[in-house]
Design a protein. Structure first.
Lengths: 135, 194
């Protein structure tokens, strides 16, 4: 029952800021606290404009605020990309679309390499960030 | 002080503190990060104590899915009767079992010993240390209490947080907790670690 990310960390960020749900709702343009409460409990997902507003208010990226959702989406997309890649690899390389297929495969490989590098760099940045804060 | 980007639920721990009329809680994401904290009332016009406590704890267990629930075993300093405490503990234990979460009782003496070793002898000093460790709690630090004053409303949160920290320190995170406290001491005036 452990080792998971919460769907979102809105409540943590809100409580850290000291804002009430009503105040946050007002900042977001809602009439009351209902929508904020539903977003915090992940009963509903906020629209894009509101998600970006959360990012502006808490000065944290949307992917961080909605970490669990972000992780779930990433996993799904990666699976779909793997299916697409497999499909492309299975096609004939001699047809008129050969160049197009090669380009798409190349992009997929580049993307994977970039993803690995980015992941490595971000971990290193996080560590440096923590060290700097600790110092 | 604590890096916002480091959100990674490694060890989510739910620390509870029970009073006769309310429950204080602190949800830790590892020893260095607080996910949630607050106070809930145990009074209800129609429901019994067991049901109210169970409902409150269930909500936290479902939301944060901690690896363990921890609370103090004995509560000699509270005015609440043993019967009420036993009912509350039973309700929490049952909910934890239902959710497959470890339930752990920490002795008050063990918690006190942990903070005394670090040079924090009084509850007020411990509360100040916790406020320094977790900036988000700094605005609710209870004022220093005279024997004839009532306990501050927010003290229960700090007691829960203290229990959580002591539980982490008793486990595999002893060095992490000590390092955290040493770093905090270097940044703020207060008792020094012995």
């Amino acid at each position: 029952m452990h080792g998971h990310s919460l769907k979102n960390y809105l409540k943590t960020y809100r409580k850290r800021s000291g804002l009430s749900q009503r105040e946050l709702g007002q900042l977001l343009g809602y009439k009351n606290q209902g929508q904020v409460s539903r977003h915090e409990q992940s009963k509903t997902s906020p629209p894009l404009v509101i998600a970006l507003a959360y990012e502006v208010i808490f000065r944290a990226p949307v992917a961080t605020l909605f970490l669990g959702t972000h992780d779930a989406i990433r996993t799904t997309i990666e699976k779909r990309l793997a299916v697409v890649e497999k499909d492309l690899q299975g096609r004939s390389a001699k047809g008129p679309d050969a160049e197009s297929i090669a380009r798409r495969l190349e992009w997929l490989m580049e993307r994977r390499g970039l993803l690995l590098r980015t992941g490595h760099d971000s971990r290193r940045d996080d560590k440096h960030g923590r060290d700097a804060v600790g110092a | 002080m604590i890096q916002d980007a480091m959100i990674n639920t490694v060890e989510t721990l739910l620390a509870l503190e029970i009073r006769s009329q309310r429950i204080g809680f602190a949800v830790f994401d590892g020893p260095t990060r607080l996910l949630d904290w607050g106070i809930g009332t145990c009074l209800h016009p129609t429901c019994g104590l067991h049901d109210v406590v169970a409902k409150r704890v269930r909500r936290l267990l479902f939301r944060y899915r901690p690896f363990a629930v921890v609370m103090r075993r004995d509560n000699h300093y509270s005015s609440q009767t043993t019967a009420r405490l036993l009912i509350s503990v039973g309700a929490i234990r049952r909910e934890a079992r239902r959710c497959g979460v470890k339930f752990r009782l920490l002795r008050t003496k063990a918690r006190k010993r942990f903070f005394v070793r670090l040079g924090y002898n009084t509850k007020h000093q411990v509360a100040q240390l916790i406020a320094n460790l977790f900036e988000e709690l700094s605005w609710t630090v209870p004022p220093k209490r005279k024997p004839w004053n009532s306990e501050s409303y927010h003290t229960v949160i700090f007691d829960a947080a203290a229990t959580g920290l002591a539980a982490f320190a008793e486990g595999a995170n002893r060095e992490a907790v000590r390092e955290l406290i040493t770093t905090t001491e270097a940044l703020s005036p207060g008792p020094k670690m012995t």
